[in-house]
Design a protein around this ligand. Structure first.
Ligand SMILES: Nc1nc2c(ncn2[C@@H]2O[C@H](COP(=O)(O)OP(=O)(O)OP(=O)(O)O)[C@@H](O)[C@H]2O)c(=O)[nH]1
Length: 392
């Protein structure tokens, strides 16, 4: 097989991948589509560049080589753009700078001062710069994305960049360098294969990156309360059961605080549901501020929140409840031009040997909360009628 046939096969594979991505991208969520479209354009441009390289014997090099390189470099620039869009980074015209510099340079070293080695170096540097930036976009986002496909893409960008530089170096070191990129050297043979790694294998890795993002979004939606951002009832129940076992194993005090906004219906009726929602977010934020890293706060439903606490002794659990109550009371929040002070009632229960499961603990915290409401609200009650504020 000669290098031109290899370029033709590579172009065909890229076209197929670009076509498949074109069909599949409609299945992606709205937020991922701009990035998928950029990736698809990148793949089709790469294919276009390879098609042009297959007909290079038929067209004048001064026209063909700059145009083919324009397609190829714009293609990888589109990958860079696609990754920036994927991670929500703003569009930056500067990403087209390598293209703007490289294409006239290519033309110069074909038409004015012909030099294959200069062209190879321009290609090597430009590809390395763009590949490096693509991997940087992926590298700075590990907290958002721990997908294996992210690491695969970084590896692909690194391999392609390294190959382009190696190709220029080997060409310079070769005792009898070929006069064009269609000579039958092993380097020219593997060039189309390495060039197709990105649009072919890279596209698969990119699609897996998208599917991992979708999976995470589903997982987040299934575990998080959409309004407050706290975990939902389901996670509280499963984590609560785990913490019961852990507390028994390590001899720690495990407590539950049920936090309920007082007269919440009145807030809704007087100020409207939107302000009610703001009040829920406000209380959620005050609770989170009072939590330690190992605590877990969640929304149980309506205007009720739950906090799972592991402490050294019971007084620390009770102190947490009082801290939350005072934190909410002391921080009015803006509602329709006025500062609204809201209060919460809190019921607290700690794990006892008699508790069989997490629900038993939750039930006793609920009874304590009921007492706090019955005694006039804006207070913390522990189980068995222990009024925290009064005893402090
Ligand atoms: N804005 C808003 N309101 C909600 C939401 N979920 C439940 N509610 C409202 O919360 C109110 C709860 O009212 P009640 O159970 O009577 O509680 P309350 O008025 O706080 O009374 P106490 O708890 O006894 O002090 C109802 O009006 C529900 O419509 C929500 O997500 N957003």
């Amino acid at each position: 097989m000669d290098p031109l046939t290899a370029f033709a096969i590579a172009a065909l594979m890229m076209l197929l991948n670009g076509g498949v991505l074109g069909i599949l991208h409609r299945d992606l969520p709205e937020a991922l589509r701009p990035s998928a479209v950029s990736w698809r354009i990148g793949t089709l441009l790469q294919a276009g560049g390879c098609v042009l390289l297959t007909v290079q014997r038929q067209l004048p090099p001064a026209f063909l080589l700059p145009v083919a390189n324009f397609f190829l470099i714009l293609g990888i620039t589109c990958y860079w753009r696609a990754l920036r869009q994927f991670y929500g980074l703003p569009d930056k015209p500067l990403i087209y700078l390598p293209l703007v510099v490289a294409v006239p340079g290519m033309w110069w070293f074909v038409a004015v001062t012909p030099s294959l080695s200069a062209r190879l170096w321009i290609a090597a540097i430009v590809w390395a710069v763009i590949m490096f930036n693509c991997s940087q976009v992926l590298r700075i986002s590990p907290r958002i994305d721990r997908a294996v496909s992210r690491r695969v893409l970084i590896a692909i960008f690194t391999v392609v960049a390294a190959f382009m530089v190696l190709r220029a170096v080997l060409f310079m070191l070769s005792p009898s360098p070929g006069s064009s990129i269609i000579d039958h050297t092993w380097l020219n043979m593997i060039t189309p294969m390495v060039a197709s790694i990105l649009p072919v294998t890279g596209t698969t890795a990119y699609l897996l990156l998208c599917s991992e993002r979708i999976r995470r979004q589903w997982e987040h939606a299934a575990t998080t309360d959409y309004l407050t951002g706290l975990v939902n009832r389901r996670i509280i129940a499963t984590t609560g059961s785990q913490r019961v076992s852990q507390a028994r194993e390590h001899g720690k005090v495990f407590g539950v605080a049920l936090v309920d906004i007082d007269y919440f219906k009145t807030i809704n009726d007087r100020y409207g549901h939107d302000i009610g929602d703001l009040a829920l977010k406000h209380v959620a934020a005050r609770i989170e501020r009072s939590c330690k890293a190992e605590d877990l706060a969640g929304r149980q439903g309506g205007e009720e929140f739950v906090v799972l606490l592991t402490r050294d002794d019971i007084t620390q659990v009770l102190a947490f409840g009082e801290k939350v109550r005072q934190s909410v009371r002391s921080a009015p929040f803006p509602a329709n031009g006025t500062d609204l002070t809201i209060c919460v009632s809190i019921g607290i229960a700690t794990l006892t040997p008699a508790d069989k499961q997490f629900d038993d603990l939750l039930r006793r915290a609920d009874q304590a909360l009921y007492s706090a409401k019955a005694l006039g609200r804006d207070r913390v009650m522990a189980e068995f009628g222990h009024d925290v504020a009064k005893s402090a």
